[in-house]
Design a protein around this ligand. Structure first.
Ligand code: ZN
Length: 424
């Protein structure tokens, strides 16, 4: 990819970027280096107000859609040209870190400021976007799914965070459920989506590499498995006479690990919760409700792993004389990023003299929602100790700046590709 010299020379303003990052980190600060900004809570809305002020102060056009997604728009291309979206999210998990999401939104804003100040024309228009509820306080990937037109009614009926939290959040932000479904954009209006994010793992740090070129985003599938036995007196029921649901659930938790490690080395599985019923010292557990989640980078392993885990759950239930009830809770398919975007990110890193490596990610991101309607790409920067969703989250500032410059340069390359594609 060849980009003209003027564009090649553009860099983010590291000091301005840092001042913004520090100011934003104060909103919802928890005092231990972290932030608490659950989606559409007071602190999150305050962060969005702050962002709007920064957008206006930068002389950019401010936009908010009916899903609450906040944007800065820079009309640097022809009137009808598609938008190249750059962004991430300002919400956090409860008691989370400063970098997850916030870094990507501020880097996107900074990229628009730099292009605006340079006064250059591109073949696309630019938009820096802050998506609503990426983290799943309410639904998860809510704003991006709404924008992509893939939000499901069912996701709102039984949201992760519960109906009350969703209703209160929407009301607080002045949003409505009907409005969420009106935020869908015409795919023809979008050129691509690029996101800068912290890695949230330790591969970049361990390898001593500055930039991760994300190749795919893991598919996530979740099930509730109920191991069903028979509650009975814990003192008078002989060991051989028990139908103990705890044994099936516990042995499945160990078996799930074995299934993955033996047959699916690139996948992960998690038993995140077990609820015992009736749940008392002196009663043999009659039922255990188990939360199973597993992730894979490609559809083939995703499907094979699903079958292997469910088969194993049946075997473990049978082994202890138990019944098994299976409830599927939904999935996101594994999502490869666009090859053009991967090239743009790798070329941008190389042009900046930064070490880079291709890698998949196990975490969910808004980019997944958009993959069906436009090319997507992601840039990762190292997470010290791999810490994330924690106040311990930390990325060296020079890496943050490098990531922002890669985002900017990758966006300029993508803009050219899209323009070339449109012309040819
Ligand atoms: Zn994030």
């Amino acid at each position: 990819m060849i980009v003209d010299d003027r564009l090649m020379g553009l860099r983010v303003d590291a000091e301005r970027f840092r001042r913004d990052f520090e100011a934003l980190s104060e909103i919802g600060a928890t005092g231990d280096g972290g932030v608490h900004r659950p989606a559409l809570g007071e602190a999150h809305l305050a962060a969005r107000e702050w962002l709007r002020d920064r957008i206006v102060a930068a002389g950019l056009e401010f936009r908010v859609d009916s899903a609450g997604n906040h944007s800065a728009v820079l009309r640097c291309g022809p009137q009808e040209a598609p938008r190249l979206l750059l962004g991430s999210h300002l919400d956090s998990v409860p008691h989370g870190g400063r970098y997850d999401g916030a870094l990507g939104v501020l880097a996107a804003l900074e990229a628009l400021r730099v292009v605006s100040a340079a006064g250059v024309s591109l073949s696309v228009n630019l938009e820096a976007i802050d998506f609503t509820d990426e983290e799943g306080t309410l639904v998860g990937l809510l704003g991006s799914a709404a924008l992509a037109g893939i939000l499901q009614e069912a996701a709102l009926r039984e949201p992760r965070g519960g109906r009350v939290v969703l209703e209160e959040g929407l009301a607080r932000a002045g949003l409505t459920e009907a409005g969420l479904f009106q935020a869908a954009r015409d795919p023809a209006s979008l050129a691509a989506y690029l996101e800068l994010h912290i890695e949230q793992g330790r591969r970049l740090v361990d390898a001593g590499v500055t930039i991760g070129v994300v190749t795919s985003i893991a598919g996530i599938n979740s099930y509730r498995l109920d191991f069903v036995g028979e509650p009975n007196h814990a003192g008078t029921t002989g060991m051989e006479d028990r139908r103990d649901a705890a044994l099936g659930a516990a042995s499945f938790a160990l078996a799930a690990r074995e299934v993955v490690m033996d047959g699916f080395p690139d996948c992960v599985a998690n038993v995140g919760d077990m609820r015992f019923a009736p749940g008392a010292f002196n009663i043999v557990p009659g039922r255990v409700e188990l939360a199973l989640e597993f992730r894979a980078q490609d559809r083939d392993s995703f499907e094979h792993l699903e079958r292997a885990l469910l088969r194993r759950a049946e075997e473990e239930a049978r082994r202890f004389g138990l019944g098994l009830e299976v409830e599927w809770l939904g999935k996101c398919e594994p999502t490869p990023t666009s090859i053009i975007a991967q090239r743009a990110v790798a070329d941008a890193a190389a042009s900046l003299g930064l070490s880079h490596v291709a890698l998949p990610t196990g975490a969910g991101h808004d980019a997944q929602s958009l993959a069906g309607i436009c090319p997507i790409g992601m840039v990762f920067v190292p997470s010290v100790d791999g810490a994330s969703h924690s106040p311990r989250e930390f990325t060296r500032w020079e890496d943050c700046v490098s990531g922002a410059n890669v985002l900017l340069q990758a966006a300029l390359r993508m803009a050219q590709q899209v323009g070339a594609g449109a012309a040819g």
